[in-house]
Design a protein around this ligand. Sequence first.
Ligand SMILES: [Mn+2]
Length: 356
Amino acid sequence: MSLRSSFARLLRKQAGSTLQLQKPAHSVALIGAPFSRGQKRRGVDHGPAAIRNAGLTERLSGLGCRVYDFGDLSFTQVPNDELYNNLVKYPRSVGLASQVLADAVSGAVAAGHSCVTMGGDHSLALGSISGHTRQCPHLCVIWVDAHADINTPLTTQSGNLHGQPVSFLLRELQDKMPLLPGFSWLKPCLSASDIVYIGLRDVDPAEHYILKNYDIQYYSMRDIDRLGIQKVMERTFEQLMSRGQRPIHLSFDIDAFDPSLAPATGTPVLGGLTYREGMYITEEIHSTGLLSAVDLVEVNPLLGASQEEVNATASLAVDVLATCFGHTREGAHTVFDELPTPNSPDESDSEEQVRI
Ligand SMILES: [Mn+2]
């Protein structure tokens, strides 16, 4: 290639990259929340490390995101954290951890980042959503999960708080909620019409009562079978955006996927989302341009039967997050602006001469 044409190409490249900078690139904050006291299985506090090791930062950077990894939050042990009502486990620890996370998420969103919280168990979502609503009071929530996580402390059978976070957030449920030690800071910040569930297939009787009686929108796996994931997403957005566009908080429990895809998790349930359904959900959420914060929870590297199972689950989490921030299965050319052309005739001639 002649010096002049390579210079011209360099100039074009620079012009292209200047244009790139003018496009709004995602600025993504990563927050590790290694917390496990909302459930009883050991290991979910290693979720953030597993997701990082599966290459999250590299994937997001490769999509053109500016990534700011704020590391892991540290959660102080609360001594003598006794059962509430002889049943609900670690209320003070969950309350305090969620309070710490709420401050972190609120700070990240206030600084202009899209905020990714890597769990940890799903009890953390009461913190991340509370923190997010401080900055975006009109946000809506898409909760992708095998479970509804909407038991109250008075209806739970397991006593695990990772099955209860939504009940603390909903204004309509407050007259049914006792005050738990460690939760006095928390204010309910969502209405029943602000949340849509996708992927449900293991719902307790009291949870089903709440979903029906408080008119909460949900798409179970049966609904996905019946309607198809495309219709489900269309209806989800119709419901949440009926009075105008607003920021989205995606709370994604890895157990929404079928256990064949995400085996390393605490409460797997057969018959979950396919890979394609999961990617479609996050592609559609990305393309709204309204995604403001994501929780990716319940990856538990101690629960895979093999290292392959752990790796598969963590890679799946990375795929979910990459798709949230712009990876598409059809490909994209955001970091590519021109096809190379064959050499000009006189250059070919000179190459010919060199070969001779
Ligand atoms: Mn969950």
